[in-house]
Design a protein around this ligand. Sequence first.
Ligand SMILES: [Zn+2]
Ligand SMILES: [Zn+2]
Length: 446
Amino acid sequence: MGQALACARPNDEQDFFNAVQAGDLDFVASALRLQPWMICRTTVFDRLSSLHVAASNGQLEVLSMLLDRTLYPDLLNRHRQTPLMLAAMHGKIACVEKLLQSGANILMFDSLHGRTCLHYAAYYGHSDCLQAILSAALSTPVADSWGFARFVNVKDGRGATPLHLAARQRRPDCVHILLDKGALVSATTAGYGCPGSTALHLAAHRGCIDCVRELLAWGADRIQRDSAGRIPYVVALRRNHAACAALLNPSTAEPLVWPSPLKFISELNPEAKVLLETALMEANKEREKDILKGTSFSLPPPAHSDGSVDDDDISEANDTELCCICFDQVCTIEVQDCGHQMCAHCTLALCCHSKPNPTTLCTPVPVCPFCRSNIARLVVAKSKTKEEGGKDSNGSKLKKARKSRNFGEGSSNSFKSLSSAVGSFGRMGGRGSGRIADSGDIPDKS
Ligand SMILES: [Zn+2]
Ligand SMILES: [Zn+2]
């Protein structure tokens, strides 16, 4: 056995790397027993270590065994890529998690484009890997030394953040996650005082309408110019992405933006947030239909804007409980602490409607439209109708009770103002198009 240790032939190395790649745990284990130094060997051309090969091929068992024998998970290949970068590139989530648990450094930069593992996950569109790395960033020393917000917006050698790469590579899921975690929607690839491209420019260039939609909903600026002086609309037009261009045309109605007052409501429940985001996207898609049809945008008037709720038939006729503001959508959001309920669309309208006070520039914290108490939390409303169905006669009693609760004490004024807010939900575009029309330097549609 001692002789076998003394003379490792190239063929042995080749067999060893083949076994790592194929996930042959027994072979790798016995090879390392006979020739322990094999773990330090790299492939000839790319200088890949066995860790790199196992990580990029998703061989979790082999990777775990190698990590048990290696003290350092951040070996570098020819391009200074770590095993974590390769696992993120190939979407091998189990290996990404294992490497993170083993203390792999998320703040290493390769020598190709100066990119981190977060750039790799965003570029290749592996949203699960992206999530895992972002979660790790909250708990690893990076959070202390660099700060989480800075890490989310880390730039590569050309000034691109992970958000830029996700938008450029048409990865709407990754765009969403990054924005949700604090990626700056207005970040540019610029450096040294020169203007650069925003993620919206790159999404426009690639014609990714889902990315454009996400970015606009997070407040991306349609009139920001890149280094060539172009707004995203012009970029989309030049590449013949007609649908994207239509949404990016600054003379069309502005899309709804995730309202900042929601940030002031403490403890926004994650499920409620998903409902609100869905409502926002639905509202924007409705608007898009009209933009894309080429017709002028109009929202149907609120169904019962006078707030007359005397007729009990409305909710009694339905199994599901309709929102008492729009009488159109199902109540999905509950305001706490007061317990009043409304639909996600009306909740959004309420928050979108709260404009900053012009003198103090403070955004008013939205209040419950029914009782005007402060909104401490928004949670998903528990559907009583589902649980009780029509079988239980208490069901209708409960509905009545809830309705009388919603329209109890002096609610008429605030209720009317919200009804008009729901109406103005659709009119917000007028503000923007007026501003654009005045500026005069925006290229025409034609
Ligand atoms: Zn509603
Ligand atoms: Zn209330």
